[in-house]
Design a protein around this ligand. Structure first.
Ligand code: ATR
Length: 281
């Protein structure tokens, strides 16, 4: 049976992952059969079982399925365990092995592509869902100083801070507290507030200092409000999630095929196609 790969999400029609994996396949000479599968959370377990039965060898998982994917795995990597979320599934015999490449993808994009030194950065993480959980451990490992986690639903910020297990470094705070938190060197938007959210309206300019980098894990339309806020607030670097998307895909590709593709050409191609997107200063 030939091997199949897919990205599962809901919605997923606009996912760039099939295009990215096809490009990696062309570059490395590996024939890649990778498609997007739209599945609601309640039907994900069955869809994944069907996929495996028909030669599914690996999958990416995007919102809102990353936490469910974690539950469906028979075993997970250490970084997926710390995140409590899985974005990469690898078929291993009759079992699913789970990994999370979001965090390493983000850190690689910020450091290698955008040249940012993350060490000692006082960091604000907005959001506490699957995306936030995926990147928080990698940010801590990259050497940021303190991590403040702020979420609309305070209990989820508390839960994420607890799960990270570093009470001296990680602090949950309320949205209402933002004005009292001072300046941050790194602000990461890991919410899915997007276009209609109104999140930006809740963010005071007092969060921004001289060298603040603002990063939205979203890209395209969904990233516009936060990135517009970041520019208006005078952030030194303003980065969307396109580079992270390409980097986490490369890491998944390497897990499945044993070859690490070069990401620069694919990133440049996607960036060119979407002139709406903003890049780092
Ligand atoms: P993901 O996998 O993208 O993280 P998720 O687990 O559903 O998806 O989490 C979405 C995140 O965006 C959450 O932190 C959510 O806040 P709540 O936990 O309070 O739901 C946040 N979010 C979504 N819409 C938002 C909005 N309009 N304003 C602020 N935060 C929002």
């Amino acid at each position: 049976m030939s091997k199949h790969y897919a990205v599962f999400g809901h919605p997923v029609a606009h996912s760039l992952s099939p295009r990215i994996h096809a490009a990696f396949g062309r570059q490395t000479g590996i024939a890649v059969d990778y498609r997007a599968v739209d599945v609601e959370p309640g039907h994900f377990a069955q869809a994944l079982a069907d996929f495996a039965a028909h030669g599914g060898a690996g999958a990416n998982v995007t919102l809102p399925l990353k936490l469910i994917a974690f539950e469906l795995c028979d075993d997970v990597t250490e970084r997926a365990r710390r995140a409590g979320a899985v974005n990469t599934l690898i078929r291993n015999g009759d079992a699913w092995h789970g990994d999370n490449t979001d965090g390493v993808g983000l850190v690689r994009d910020l450091t290698a592509r955008h040249g940012l030194d993350l060490r000692a950065r006082r960091t604000l993480l907005l959001g506490a869902g699957g995306a936030a959980r995926g990147v928080a451990p990698a940010l801590l490992d990259a050497g940021i100083s303190e991590l403040y986690v702020v979420n609309r639903t305070a209990a989820r910020a508390d839960a994420l801070a607890d799960a990270l297990g570093e009470p001296g470094r990680v602090h949950p705070r309320y949205l209402d507290d933002l004005r009292a938190l001072g300046e941050f060197d790194l602000i990461v938007n890991a919410t899915s507030a997007g276009r209609e959210g109104g999140l930006a309206a809740a963010l005071p300019h007092s969060l921004v200092g001289r060298r603040t980098a603002a990063v939205d894990l979203n890209y395209g339309e969904a990233a516009i409000p936060f990135l517009a806020w970041a520019r208006a607030a005078g952030c030194h670097d303003v980065v969307d999630g396109l580079g992270m998307l390409v980097e986490q895909a490369a890491e998944s590709f390497a897990r499945w095929h044993g070859v690490r593709p070069d990401t620069d050409a694919v990133y440049a191609e996607l960036r060119e196609r979407d002139a709406v997107l903003v890049t780092a200063d």
